[in-house]
Design a protein around this ligand. Structure first.
Ligand SMILES: *[C@@H]1O[C@H](CO)[C@@H](O)[C@H](O)[C@H]1NC(C)=O
Ligand SMILES: *[C@@H]1O[C@H](CO)[C@@H](O)[C@H](O)[C@H]1NC(C)=O
Length: 347
């Protein structure tokens, strides 16, 4: 079977069957190349600089004032605070495998687009139209322009979600998978400005001198079974979740994962070597524009009496715990609790 047919087949199946698990999808897709290269990392050669291209300017960290704050329902509030000591959205909505699908943003500060598209995918599956899908971070990164921010230098995730409401998002997976209408096109690369880029030490091509935002093509890749307009899925306007542990928990419980922006310090850059609960202790930010980053919060828990948030990063599966990490909860670690935003799909 040629690739063209495979693309059509896989996405027809994923939409028709509504039950395709991540494992089944991976076995259908031709993704062995990237996954096997991932095994060959060499941690010793990494420095904190390996991550600087993946961060964004500080001005994108704070949620803009004009984003409305969500009003909580009292019942949800009580449910979140009193009943659930731990929660993992992957277990709550097992059919929605996008929740646990770790994306790879590559050497571009596109975390705002990647996390927003990832959360939008989860919430499409959880709330409407009830089947697993992967919405395209490429569509956001390449087409949203200055409304969202500044491409590979960063963007506001709430603006990205508003763009989902006004312009919609087509489907699209990662660079390595290359499926859907508009898959991610920023290549994974190995070597930039004299340092290895995480996590592909020496295994991929050298990075380009500068990273440019992909072009906004309002069409699907060749062979995709629908056209760009037909493939658009829409959201509702974004809101700011009140900066309060219970409010964030209630939001996740009722509607699914949320998007959170925080500051990455040097000790987080190197955190992938550990499997603990991250808490900022040392190191600053050396990236001139600032060290903002956006991730998806998918749950929470408590370990050895330390409460934590369970987050999905977008630095591939070799970083952290299979691409996930835990960060201390209740102390507004690195600002992660003050900058939580979300949006619902359009019904
Ligand atoms: C996947 O692995 C098989 C067998 O090792 C190989 O023939 C095939 O070319 C690989 N696919 C890709 C995309 O590299
Ligand atoms: C996309 O497909 C629909 C339905 O076949 C059609 O009406 C529309 O004109 C197409 N749009 C483009 C841009 O080709």
């Amino acid at each position: 079977m040629n690739t063209f047919l495979l693309v059509v087949l896989v996405f027809s199946i994923s939409i028709a069957a509504e039950e395709l698990s991540r494992k089944e999808l991976l076995s259908l897709l031709n993704v062995n190349a990237s996954r096997s290269v991932d095994e060959s990392r060499n941690e010793e050669q990494l420095s904190p600089d390996s991550f600087t291209d993946m961060l964004m300017d500080a001005k994108f960290i704070k949620v803009p004032e004009d984003t409305p704050i969500l009003k909580l329902k009292k019942t949800n509030f009580l449910m979140a605070t009193k009943v659930r000591e731990s929660f993992d959205a992957r277990r709550e909505w097992p059919k929605c495998w996008s929740i646990g699908w770790i994306r790879q943003q590559s050497q571009c500060g596109s975390c705002w687009a990647v996390a927003a598209a990832s959360m939008a995918s989860d919430r499409m599956c959880i709330n409407a139209p009830y089947y697993p899908m992967m919405l395209s971070s490429e569509d956001l990164l390449s087409c949203c322009g200055s409304y969202c921010g500044n491409g590979c230098s960063g963007g506001w995730p709430d603006k990205a979600l508003n763009w989902w409401a006004t312009n919609g998002l087509v489907t699209g997976t990662d660079y390595s998978d290359h499926q859907g209408c508009r898959p991610y096109t920023v290549p994974t690369c190995s070597w930039h400005n004299g340092v290895y880029s995480f996590p592909y030490n020496g295994a991929y091509r050298a990075c380009p001198e500068t990273f440019s935002v992909p072009q906004c093509y309002q069409q699907c890749q060749n062979g995709y079974f629908r056209n760009y307009t037909q493939d658009k899925y829409y959201g509702q306007p974004a809101y700011h979740v009140r900066p309060d542990v219970s409010a964030i928990q209630a939001e996740i419980l009722e509607h699914g994962p949320v998007v959170a922006t925080f500051t990455v310090y040097e000790d987080f850059n190197n955190f992938y070597k550990r499997e603990s609960i991250y808490q900022h202790r040392s190191g600053g930010c050396k990236r001139p524009g600032g060290c903002g980053h956006v991730v998806k919060i998918i749950g929470w828990g408590v370990e050895n009496q330390i409460p934590y948030w369970l987050c999905a990063n977008s630095w591939g599966t070799q970083w952290g715990d299979g691409g996930f990490f835990r960060i201390r909860r209740g102390t507004n670690e690195c600002g992660i609790e003050t900058n939580v935003v979300a949006a619902m799909p359009r019904k």
